[in-house]
Design a protein around this ligand. Structure first.
Ligand SMILES: *[C@@H]1O[C@H](CO)[C@@H](O)[C@H](O)[C@H]1NC(C)=O
Ligand SMILES: *[C@@H]1O[C@H](CO)[C@@H](O)[C@H](O)[C@H]1NC(C)=O
Ligand SMILES: *[C@@H]1O[C@H](CO)[C@@H](O)[C@H](O)[C@H]1NC(C)=O
Ligand SMILES: *[C@@H]1O[C@H](CO)[C@@H](O)[C@H](O)[C@H]1NC(C)=O
Length: 316
């Protein structure tokens, strides 16, 4: 009883402090005002109340004021926020005070990854007004270095002229994180295709007479050596026009951001500029939140079924 009374009183005091703090109409917001970033005595309503009293615009900066070693702060997906899943944060900072730039419009979710801090209410969601971020979901950019991966382009179907056009390869690439050091493996039948690395302009116009590099034997392995958009097609007649083309956004292998405060938008783990380009046929940019993989799964399944029925009709 006494305990309840105490925390109610404490919370009321914090609420007053929030109200006093909310008039600072600046670009830098200290999360929770004077309370800072901790397990709030009043539960999750503490940060919800604080956030409701602010208005955030793109470019604003959140400062999570905490003592290094006692708290941390992580940006997570909506789902992870709701379930307090601390396993795969989009961004994490263990040194306080931590700054995070709200680079784009949209919803952002933050929690503490320690013990039961999130369950006990150390969680914050904010609504940011402003234009949405680029297509590549920040959730796809690994928050810590990972081992290089091999990607088999087109999976079991490989590298060919897809029956439905280039949407096949944009669907394949969607929701995959390509990091410098990863390798693309192109499987095809020798002398029926090749793999040409081309410029953006040549990719867009299907100009295949001057590729940067060409690989003529299968399997062709291409290791991603630099960040940015990378474009592939085949130099065989009409293959590019018919949809044998792939554009991927390669991101730098992430290094730990320098500890401390003046962290630029790197806090939001955005891909390099130019990444807002979406390969032709892929949907228009949406918010910076993770996108459902459903559309790409649907498209892929459709193609697998198409191929299967074509193959079956040959056999029968
Ligand atoms: C962060 O918290 C410390 C200790 O409570 C306080 O001295 C400091 O002023 C706070 N910093 C900000 C930016 O509010
Ligand atoms: C942001 O605002 C929209 C519309 O007002 C609301 O539906 C949504 O729940 C808000 N998101 C967060 C994280 O508060
Ligand atoms: C990628 O492929 C190479 C060559 O086949 C192999 O040596 C390597 O172990 C593979 N890497 C992964 C992560 O599977
Ligand atoms: C393609 O040709 C290369 C070199 O002649 C050979 O090593 C490779 O096995 C061939 N690949 C296929 C899929 O036939």
């Amino acid at each position: 009883m006494a305990k309840t009374l105490l925390s109610t009183t404490l919370f009321a005091a914090f609420a007053v402090a929030f109200l006093a703090a909310q008039t600072t109409a600046e670009d830098v917001f200290v999360v929770g005002g004077p309370m800072g970033w901790l397990v709030p005595p009043g539960g999750p309503i503490a940060y919800a109340t604080w956030a409701a009293l602010q208005s955030f615009e793109d470019g604003d900066i959140l400062v999570f004021n905490f003592t290094t070693g006692e708290q941390d702060v992580a940006r997570v997906t909506k789902e992870a926020f709701e379930s307090c899943d601390t396993k795969n944060p989009i961004w994490i900072e263990k040194n306080g005070p931590a700054r995070f730039t709200l680079a784009y419009g949209g919803d952002y979710y933050f929690i503490s990854t320690l013990d039961r801090h999130c369950q006990l209410g150390q969680k914050l969601s904010v609504n940011v007004t402003g234009p949405p971020g680029p297509t590549t979901s920040p959730a796809l950019v690994p928050s810590r270095p990972r081992a290089p991966m091999n990607y088999t382009v087109g999976d079991v179907l490989g590298w060919f002229v897809p029956p439905g056009g280039s949407i096949f390869y944009s669907a394949w690439a969607k929701n995959k994180a390509f990091v410098v050091g990863d390798t693309l493996v192109f499987n095809f039948i020798n002398r029926t295709q090749d793999v040409a690395v081309v410029t953006k302009a040549d990719y867009e116009t299907c100009e295949t007479d001057r590729p940067i590099t060409t690989y003529t034997t299968s399997p062709a392995r291409y290791t991603l050596t630099s960040p940015g958009m990378t474009y592939f097609t085949s130099t065989y007649d009409d293959h590019c026009e018919l949809g044998q083309r792939l554009a991927i956004n390669v991101v730098a292998a992430t290094a730990r951001p320098p500890s401390g405060s003046t962290m630029p938008p790197s806090g939001s783990a955005m891909p390099p500029s130019g990444s807002a380009m979406s390969p032709s046929g892929s949907p228009a940019p949406t918010s910076g939140l993770p996108q459902s993989s459903a559309p790409s799964l649907a498209v892929m399944s459709f193609f697998y079924l198409t191929i299967l029925s074509i193959a079956t009709s040959f056999v029968l």
